[in-house]
Design a protein around this ligand. Sequence first.
Ligand SMILES: Cc1cc2nc3c(=O)[nH]c(=O)nc-3n(C[C@H](O)[C@H](O)[C@H](O)COP(=O)(O)OP(=O)(O)OC[C@H]3O[C@@H](n4cnc5c(N)ncnc54)[C@H](O)[C@@H]3O)c2cc1C
Length: 326
Amino acid sequence: MFTIRLKNDTNFLCAPADTILIGAQKQNITLDYNCKTGRCQSCKAKLIRGTSTGSIDEVGLSDQDKLNGYILTCVRKPTSDLTLDIEDLSKYALEQVRTLPSKVDKITIISDDVVELQLRIPPQSNFKYLSGQYINIIKGDYKRSYSIASSNSNQNLVFFIKNYEGGKFSQYLFKEAKINDLLRIEGPIGTFFYRKTNKKNIVFLATGTGIAPVKAMLEQMDENHSELINKIIYLFFGGRAEEDLFWEPKFANIKVVFVPVLSRSDDKWNGAKGYVQDVVLSNDIDLTDSVFYACGSENMIKDSRELVINNGLSEDSFYSDAFISS
Ligand SMILES: Cc1cc2nc3c(=O)[nH]c(=O)nc-3n(C[C@H](O)[C@H](O)[C@H](O)COP(=O)(O)OP(=O)(O)OC[C@H]3O[C@@H](n4cnc5c(N)ncnc54)[C@H](O)[C@@H]3O)c2cc1C
């Protein structure tokens, strides 16, 4: 067994056969994670001391990240005691992942290629999650990940799901699904949720259905608005065409600076043009006094992380959820 040391004097033991993430989970220590396949960067950690080996390639890390000593805890196994510059998230009391039955309650078309799916879960199941987390929907012999688009005070689970040409779950949802169909869900999963901060600006970046967990977090912030006095909340929501921007923030208690962004706009569009990450930079936000939450395509997340960190955001103030394919 090797000793893994984290920030704030947290230690745990990890077997050489386990990844650091699995080793931590076995000891009831919660580390940041999402995809668990070395692609999304959520479990990125700076290795301060020690050696480790990768079980699969860390495609989520750039060459520069590797040179700077970063590793991904979901694929790395210790080969010595380690010291990592990351924290234990156990204080957030994440729920255990469970598998539950659910039924299709409602399917609403909200744009050319996105539907809102509502699932009903047995009330006695007492399913709890943190707004921003995701679940796996299990259909027969395959499963797909979807972020819950409703805050955790809702009874039913709401999702925004895009139609991928030829996709297995897309085919089911867009062509065959019926009310009361039985689907199993597995969750809650991931560590993409709002964390209290001393920073002034809370900046959300979303592309496409990546708006789902952001909507859930904003709803929760609206419910707990008294914690957000003196904060400025920004939402940069990007799509190709206007119909991709199928949701906008309207809240009773919080004010959100909403910047819709189109990458393939026509002449009628008066709003921001280009990619969300570039538009953020042109908005004169003090990045040294900001935290970022980004959700959507892998490319947007990689590019925006690099851009905002190069322009002053502290490395540990960027949280993300990449919608990578299974
Ligand atoms: C943590 C997480 C949360 C997610 N949340 C959501 C969500 O809230 N809403 C949502 O719409 N999707 C979300 N996704 C993506 C989702 O899990 C599936 O990948 C997507 O719905 C496609 O599934 P499918 O069965 O229709 O297609 P598949 O049968 O898996 O794939 C068919 C083809 O579609 C293309 N494709 C599939 N997925 C993607 C993708 N994500 N990006 C680009 N091309 C792709 C590929 O070319 C693939 O070969 C999330 C993914 C992750 C990892």
